[in-house]
Design a protein around this ligand. Structure first.
Ligand code: 2P0
Length: 323
């Protein structure tokens, strides 16, 4: 059967950084994100008798490299759960604003999980999709839902999945500042492994993250942007501090990253609620309220090209589409 799905990317406010099981992708700590509407992936899956291996076409190009192998290993998991042994034709398209600097693995594996589950006749309930997406990329487990989403770390394959926290139907916005769009030298997967194995700060990171999570959930329910922003900002800085103390140490920041952080601090001094978060790369995302977007963009435009600034709203969860 042919099936297609669309999933949106998410930005973590309480970060996932480190695995306790690399095979099953079980995280060291629970995390929490906001799904956003600015970037999504559409993927179709069609099992076919004639194929001798999975065929992966991404953005019009036939993949044959490590990313095709990663997708094929993921499809083996789907086939294990299904009665079918057929290989599939997988067509995937990333819809990303030019120069946004958004990563694609979260939306990519979330869309693939939904499309492949339906195409192979396996469990399509949201929890099953979240658990399956997790096996492709940890952060993908969260893109199954819209709004604020928590990935509960769990203790085994069955108990590690995401749950919706709040639909985020209030005027919260996320401004992405693309500092550099080039592929990073150190992947998240390698970076987090090194941090877990070598950073003396790692236990502090895990412990503080759990406390952040306990504090951010009530702040989300109260729609208390200042509190959400403060917690998210501190959590991101702590993750980067753990990277700086790994052996060998590493840093994803560039000059523009610091500039963007300083602008957020400056804007706050002017009384504007504006908080940064940074993932495993140089790009910065600012959490703010819709009413302040104009003012913030005006300030940022003095330092960054306007096409490097993308304003996102909360986005929906994974959905099936006709294709
Ligand atoms: C996150 N990141 O919570 C964190 C914050 C990057 C920094 O999830 O190895 O691509 O495929 O499970 O999901 C990026 O890591 O890693 C990530 P894998 P993933 O969003």
């Amino acid at each position: 059967m042919h099936a297609a799905a669309r999933a949106y990317t998410n930005i973590a406010l309480i970060k996932y950084w480190g695995k306790k099981d690399e095979q099953l992708i079980l995280p060291m700590n629970s995390s929490l994100s906001l799904t956003i509407d600015a970037f999504y992936t559409e993927t179709s899956v069609e099992p076919q008798k004639e194929l001798h291996e999975d065929e992966v076409i991404m953005d019009g190009t036939n993949l044959s490299d490590a990313s095709a192998a990663k997708i094929s290993r993921f499809m083996d998991l789907v086939r294990e759960k299904s009665a079918s042994r057929l290989f599939a034709r997988i067509v995937t398209r990333n819809h990303v604003p030019v120069a946004s600097g958004f990563a694609s693995s979260a939306s990519g594996f979330a869309a693939l999980s939904a499309a492949a589950s339906r195409a192979y006749g396996i469990d399509c309930a949201k929890t099953a999709l979240s658990r399956l997406a997790r096996r492709g990329s940890g952060s993908a487990s969260r893109s199954i839902y819209g709004g604020f989403v928590k990935w509960m770390k769990g203790s085994d394959d069955a108990s590690s999945y995401a749950v919706p926290v709040d639909s985020a139907e209030w005027p919260i916005r996320l401004i992405s500042i693309a500092v550099n769009r080039q592929i990073k030298k150190l992947s998240s997967r390698e970076g987090m492994k090194r941090t877990v194995e070598t950073s003396p700060f790692y236990p502090v990171w895990v412990e503080a993250g759990e406390k952040d999570l306990d504090r951010i959930e009530p702040a989300i329910r109260r729609q208390y942007l200042e509190e959400i922003g403060k917690i998210a900002e501190a959590n991101a800085l702590r993750m980067h501090a753990a990277m700086l103390t790994a052996d060998p140490p590493f840093m994803y920041w560039e000059e523009g990253t610091i500039t963007a952080m300083k602008r957020a601090i400056h804007l706050r001094e002017q009384g504007i609620a504006c908080y940064f978060t940074i993932d495993a790369g140089p790009n910065v995302k600012l959490l703010c309220s819709e009413k302040d977007v104009g003012h913030i963009l005006e300030d940022l435009a003095k330092f960054f090209p306007t096409d490097a600034l993308i304003v996102a709203r909360p986005g929906p969860g994974v959905e099936y589409i006709d294709r």
